[in-house]
Design a protein around this ligand. Structure first.
Ligand code: SAM
Length: 259
């Protein structure tokens, strides 16, 4: 397929979706998009763009496919255990009320996991948990907070009974936990960042971002953290050049902004 068509597709898709495919690794993106296009029987990028443009359902399916929304509660449980036993106590020793951002929160399992931990650790304290994603349908599901067995994992028996209710074959999160999280649409590659966070979680979001896009994103996270604040990344997303970016060594997969 021609390079010119790929460039035109990227431009048109960017105008339509605000998703800039230049920020994503080209080989993986072309392979993934190629697979999707072939399944739809599109002969080339331009024909495929026209299909997306005239079929809202297909467009939605494609954006979901590109952004990959898979998630679960307490994802990588050993890292969440470290968050609970080491990182949050360290942060709480400095600030009684924390300002936290779950960036790329998908359907909300991540920020709700955090809300459950904080409610158990500091009952009665109102922390701020901001949770953002570029996908509005995911945010809608996050606000509803009803989960299938795919996401309902790694949850202790105590938390299952305190914070969930069985509804048919699904599990709904209790209102007191729901009320602790504020959901908002936000594109990490485009929109301005708030500042003053004690903790930022950005996990399993940057998988297809280019090295340049990741590097720029991590620098913006650094600027968004308070001195002593921590960035928590996914279990396969160690930041090798964390010192060049300006973070200091803290724990594997947790990076701290110097005080
Ligand atoms: C695999 S999910 C990760 C969910 C959760 N953080 C976890 O670790 O389970 C990735 C999420 O990142 C979101 N995402 C991808 N690119 C994004 C961007 N540029 N800005 C904001 N969110 C993005 C997707 O919509 C998707 O919901």
């Amino acid at each position: 397929m021609s390079t010119q068509d790929w460039e035109t597709f990227k431009q048109k898709f960017n105008s339509k979706s605000n998703i800039n495919l230049n920020d994503y690794k080209p080989t993986q993106m072309q392979r993934r998009i190629g697979n999707f296009m072939n399944r739809q029987g599109a002969g080339g990028y331009l024909e495929f763009f026209n299909m997306l443009n005239t079929n809202p359902k297909l467009y939605k399916e494609f954006v979901d496919y590109l952004t990959i929304n898979v998630t679960e509660f307490f994802r990588t449980p050993e890292k969440f255990a470290e968050l609970e036993t080491k990182v949050l106590p360290d942060l709480l020793a400095k600030n009684a009320r924390l300002n936290i951002w779950s960036a790329g929160c998908s359907i909300g399992a991540e920020p709700y996991s955090l809300a459950m931990i904080l409610k158990d650790m500091t009952p009665g304290t109102k922390h701020r948990i901001l949770a953002t994603d570029l996908d509005v349908e995911m945010l809608e599901k996050a606000r509803k907070a009803v989960y299938t067995t795919t996401e309902y994992k790694n949850i202790s028996n105590a938390r299952q009974s305190k914070y969930f209710k069985l509804e048919g074959t699904n599990y709904s999160v209790s209102n007191d936990i729901k009320g602790l999280v504020e959901f908002k649409k936000h594109n990490l590659l485009l929109d301005a960042f708030e500042t003053g966070f004690d903790l930022i979680l950005c996990r399993n979001v940057v998988i297809y971002f280019t090295e340049e896009a990741k590097d720029a994103l991590y620098r913006r996270f650094l600027a968004a953290l308070k001195p002593g604040g921590v960035l928590f990344v996914g279990g396969t997303e160690a930041i090798l050049n964390f010192r060049d970016i300006g973070f200091e060594h803290y724990l594997p997969f947790f990076y701290r902004k110097p005080r």
